[in-house]
Design a binder for this molecule. Structure first.
Ligand SMILES: [Zn+2]
Length: 266
C-alpha cells in the first residue's frame, strides 16, 4: 500500500475576512508549500491521474495530489500563476450554479459575497492543465437532501461542466465531505469515476476511490508544518470502512429543513 497525501485548499489570497481567514493561504506561503512538495521528491498528479495510476498499478515513486474546493475567483489571480510557474498538477472542484456569482452558501454571513470564478476563468484553468471536477450545483450537503435533489445536484452539475468545457468531468468533491452510500451511488450513476471526501487523513493506493481522504491545509499551515507532515510516515491513513455518523447527519437534516422552510417563508 502506497500512502498518498491529497492536499485540500480553499483559498489562496493575501487577505480574507476574519471569519474566513483560517481557510485562506497567503500566495507566498502557497509557493513555499509547492517548493516543499518538489524538494521532498513528490510527484503531483491530478485526481484522475492518481486514480488511473492506482488502478493500473503504476503509481510514481511519491504520489501526491493538490486539490481546491469551491472555485473562488482568487484561484485565478493567486493560485493558478504559482501552479503554472512550477508546473504542478492540480484539481479544482467548482460549484456550477455559483460560477460567475458569489459564495452564497457560506454560513453565518461568513464570506457570502466572495467572488467566484467565471466560466472563462474555469476554461482558462482547464486550458492550463488543471483538472476540473464538480463540487455539486449549489454546495448543498448531499447526504441529507431528498433523492431527486441529490440527483439534480450531481447530474446537472456534471452536465453543465460537460457543456461549458466540452468534456465531462470525471471527479466529484462532496460539499463539506459529507457523503453516504446513496450519495456514492448517485455519483457512480452520474458517470463520475472518483470522488473526494475530506477526513483530514492520508489517502493511499488502497483508499476507496469514491471517498478519497484529504488533508486540510489551513492559513496556519506553515511551510515547515507542511514539510514535517509530508516528510513523516503517515500516522494513519483513511479506512475504506464507511464511518457512520447518524446523529450528526440527523442534526444537519433538521437544520437543512428549517433553513428550507425559512427561505420558503421569506
Ligand atoms: Zn466546498
Amino acid at each position: 500500500m502506497t500512502p498518498i497525501p491529497i492536499l485540500l485548499y480553499h483559498s489562496v489570497a493575501p487577505a480574507a475576512s476574519p471569519d474566513y481567514a483560517r481557510w485562506c493561504v497567503h500566495p507566498d506561503r502557497f509557493a513555499g508549500h509547492l517548493d516543499v512538495v518538489r524538494s521532498l521528491g513528490y510527484t503531483p498528479l491530478t485526481i484522475s491521474e492518481l486514480v488511473d495510476a492506482s488502478v493500473g498499478g503504476d503509481l510514481p515513486e511519491r504520489p501526491l495530489a493538490i486539490t481546491f474546493d469551491d472555485g473562488r475567483a482568487d484561484f485565478t489571480e493567486h493560485a493558478l500563476p504559482v501552479l503554472g510557474a512550477s508546473g504542478v498538477a492540480s484539481t479544482l472542484y467548482v460549484v456550477t450554479d455559483r460560477i460567475g456569482g458569489t459564495s452564497t452558501w457560506l454560513p453565518m454571513s461568513c464570506e457570502t459575497s466572495a467572488a467566484m470564478m467565471t466560466w472563462d476563468d474555469v476554461r482558462a484553468a482547464a486550458a492550463a492543465g488543471v483538472e476540473i471536477g464538480s463540487h455539486s450545483s449549489t454546495h448543498v450537503e448531499l447526504d441529507i437532501v431528498p433523492r431527486d435533489r441529490l440527483h439534480d445536484e450531481v447530474d446537472r452539475s456534471r452536465q453543465r461542466l460537460a457543456g461549458e468545457l466540452g468534456q465531462a468531468p470525471r471527479s466529484l468533491s462532496y460539499p463539506h465531505g459529507y457523503h453516504s452510500r446513496a450519495v456514492v451511488r448517485a455519483a457512480r450513476a452520474a458517470g463520475f469515476d472518483s470522488a473526494c471526501a475530506v477526513k483530514d487523513a492520508w489517502s493511499s493506493s488502497a483508499d476507496d476511490r469514491f471517498a478519497l481522504a484529504r488533508l486540510f491545509v489551513w492559513n496556519s499551515t506553515t511551510v515547515d508544518d507542511l514539510r514535517s507532515l509530508l516528510a513523516a510516515t503517515p500516522i494513519r491513513t483513511a479506512s475504506s470502512r464507511p464511518v457512520l455518523r447518524a446523529g450528526w447527519r440527523g442534526a444537519r437534516w433538521v437544520r437543512h429543513r428549517v433553513r428550507t422552510r425559512l427561505q420558503g417563508a421569506g
